[in-house]
Design a protein around this ligand. Structure first.
Ligand code: G3P
Length: 194
């Protein structure tokens, strides 16, 4: 049962909504803008509505498996944390995208919302604060990802959830390597949507 649950979580989280919606609009988002399949690049290359749709769908594919594992199947914390990591891995290393995938921010927020709405809300506010003051989506994502496991540790005080948030933040920050390089060089673009 647990193996099946993890496999389904991985497959659902692997669905590249950004890529699919991009194709519906006649664009290959992997070849435009930052090349990422996330909501930011969809908003950047297609438009705000498409970006919001991708953001919602990417969040849901992280939220639903973790929420059900925790509140419907009542799995133990250790397994819920494993489901949380699997969802982020599924998005970032999608089997449908030759294991390339996205950067895990929206899916990570969905996962956080299911693990702890309180932590998720603080992280979202932090993200919004950094984005609105700097204009850099990537910087907001990197700092928020790093802070998520610290918040989880102090607010929820759950070892397994903290570990899941820590591993997810490693993956998310690693996936932002090219953004980090650009931020250091001063060549990262501030976000402007169509
Ligand atoms: O969620 C991804 C975001 O932090 C950066 O996206 O397209 O600017 O690399 P992008």
């Amino acid at each position: 049962m647990k193996i099946l649950y993890l496999t389904l979580t991985y497959l659902i989280a692997s669905i590249p909504f950004g890529y699919i919606i991009g194709k519906i609009f006649g664009k290959d988002v992997t070849k435009e803008g930052s090349g990422n399949i996330g909501a930011t690049n969809v908003a950047r290359t297609i438009g705000k509505k498409a970006g919001v749709l991708v953001l919602t769908l990417d969040m849901l594919k992280g939220f639903i498996p973790v929420f059900l594992a925790k509140n419907y199947f009542f799995f133990d914390d250790k397994f819920v944390a494993l489901v949380a990591i699997t969802a982020v891995v599924g998005h970032c290393y999608s089997v449908f995208m030759k294991f390339k995938g996205g950067k895990g921010v929206a899916t990570g927020i969905g996962v956080l919302l299911a693990l702890s709405p309180k932590v998720a809300l603080i992280v979202i506010l932090l993200w919004a604060g950094i984005f609105l003051t700097t204009g850099y989506v990537s910087l907001a994502s990197i700092i928020s990802a790093f802070m998520s496991w610290i918040m989880m540790n102090y607010i929820v005080e759950n070892y397994y959830y903290t570990l899941a948030a820590l591993l997810a933040s490693f993956i998310i920050i690693y996936k932002h390597s090219s953004n980090i390089e650009r931020l250091i060089k001063g060549t990262e673009h501030r976000f402007i949507y169509k």
